[in-house]
Design a protein around this ligand. Structure first.
Ligand code: B16
Ligand code: MG
Length: 213
């Protein structure tokens, strides 16, 4: 397929931190008596922390919340989430993902991260991938989260690649939309693949090896 680079989403693609996001939001929502389930959670994939909070608050029926209240709730969720991240080790990087990354690198492809998460550097460090990628574009260097293409365009720019030469790998429908908006083709896994959103909808990330040829 003649790709020169692959830009990976982090949560839900490289590691299963999407489940930790869900559990932390669930505890926050339960504490506020807000209905929250896995269907609503799928709408949070790839979306920034504060935008995620706004989606959860669509079902909130209590007294009006100030901006400071919202900041406090987001902080509470992030503290819970970071507690889970602290437990992560290199065992949380699956063999399937590691083998795939190494095989792709062996084919001469540049590898990057394109994640909405501000916790990206911490997570990469925990799973033993700190310093592994050729570029890391994340929630700390963007002003618009997915489905805006900014995070992927910045990753391509850091790599010195044209968007058309980059393949994005995503588990979020919002992330697939972001890749397409940036002029990139997208291989989907997980929720985005189940929705048929990608140009390729994969059962396993290993399929990337055949997609890039
Ligand atoms: P944080 P990704 C996204 O990461 C998550 O999918 C999304 O659920 C989360 O709200 C967002 O990062 C922000 O994360 O609160 O850690 O800054 O999927 O783009 O790697
Ligand atoms: Mg994701």
């Amino acid at each position: 397929m003649n790709f020169k680079a692959i830009i990976f989403d982090l949560d839900g693609v490289i590691c299963s931190t999407d489940e930790y996001h869900y559990r932390a939001w669930k505890r926050m929502a339960d504490g506020m008596h807000i209905p929250f389930d896995r269907t609503i959670n799928n709408r949070l994939r790839g979306v920034s922390r504060m935008e995620s909070l706004e989606i959860i608050l669509e079902k909130y029926e209590g007294p009006a919340l100030t901006e400071a209240d919202k900041q406090r709730l987001a902080q509470q969720k992030n503290d819970l989430y970071r507690e889970s991240l602290k437990e992560m080790t290199t065992d949380d990087l699956s063999e399937e993902v590691w083998d795939t990354l190494e095989t792709l690198r062996g084919k001469g492809l540049k590898l990057a991260i394109g994640s909405s998460s501000k916790n990206t550097p911490f997570i990469l460090e925990r799973i033993g991938l700190g310093g592994y990628f050729d570029a890391v574009s994340d929630g700390n260097n963007i002003t618009h989260s997915k489905p805006d293409p900014e995070v992927f365009l910045k990753a391509a720019e850091m790599l010195g690649m044209a968007p058309a030469d980059c393949l994005v790998v995503e588990d979020a429908v919002s992330g697939v939309q972001a890749g397409h908006a940036g002029g990139m083709r997208v291989a989907a896994v997980g929720d985005a693949a189940l929705n048929g959103a990608g140009d390729w909808n994969m059962k396993s990330i290993r399929e990337l090896i055949h997609i890039v040829g």
